[in-house]
Design a binder for this molecule. Sequence first.
Ligand code: FE
Ligand code: FE
Length: 288
Amino acid sequence: MADGRPSPHEGPLSPDMEEWDDFLRGRYKQGKSQEEFRQYDAQANPGVARFYRLNHEHQSFDYVIHKEKEYFPLTRGQKSIWEAAEFLNTLVDDSDPDTDLTQIEHLLQTSEAIRADGHPRWFVLAGFIHDLGKILCLWGEPQWGVVGDTFPVGCAFSEHIIFHEYFNENPDLHHPIYSTKYGIYEPNCGLDNVHMSFGHDGYIYEVMKSYLPQEALYMLRYHSFYPAHKHGAYQYLMNDRDREMFRWVSEFNKYDLYSKGHAKPSLKELKPYYDDLFAEFFPKTIAW
Ligand code: FE
Ligand code: FE
C-alpha cells in the first residue's frame, strides 16, 4: 500500500502460524507472574506484534459482519473430517520439520492428551476438531483474520486484550455506539448474541453446531477468547449459562496449550479409533 503498511490481504503465512501458537504458550506458561507476562511486548516479539497490529486494525464490526456472511452459510462444499484435516495439513510451511508438528499432529496431540485423562468421547472429539477452522487460510484469508485472540466487536475493546494499543487504528474505536461499554448489546445478553472477531473459532462452531454437545461447542467457539477465559474480561456480556460453560473452555485450554512436546502421535495406529469416533457423531461428509 502507498502508506507503506502491509495490505490487509497480504499472504496468509505472515507471521508463521506456529509463531503465534508458541507466543501463546510462552504467554501463559504455567507459574508465570504478571511481570513476566508483560514482557511479551512488541520489542521482544516483532513478528507477533505486527500480526496483532493488523488484527486489531482490521477486525471491525463491519469486517466481521462481512466475513460472517461470506463463510457462515457453509457454501464451500462437503468434506469428511479426515478430508478437512488432510486439507489443513497442506498448510505446513515450517523450515524445521524435526521439532515442529504438522497440523494433524497438533490436533492428535491435543485429543490424545484429553483421551489419556479419561474424558468423555465428545471432549476427545473437540480436541481433534478445534483447529480445523484454520482451513480458512487455504481459502485466502490472511493469518490475522484466522488465528489470534478473539474478542467481541460492536462494543468497547477490553484493556485485557493483548496489544490493546493497536486498536488505535481500528475504525470502531471512535464510533459513537461501538466505542461504548455495551455498544449494540444489552448487559448480560449472553455471548450467543455477541459478534466475535472473525477467525477459526467462530467458523468451526458454525460447521459443527448441529453435531456436538453444547460443552464441546463452547470449547470450539471460544478457545481463542483469551481475554475472557484467562483474564475474566467481558463478564458484563455473559449470562449464567456462559459462565457455567466457560469452565469447559478453561478445561480445554490446558490441553490446547500444554499437550505439545509429548511423543509424536502415530496417525496410522490411531486412525481406527478416530474413524469410530467420527462415525459416532457425523455423517460421512459435512458442509464447510
Ligand atoms: Fe485454535
Ligand atoms: Fe490449537
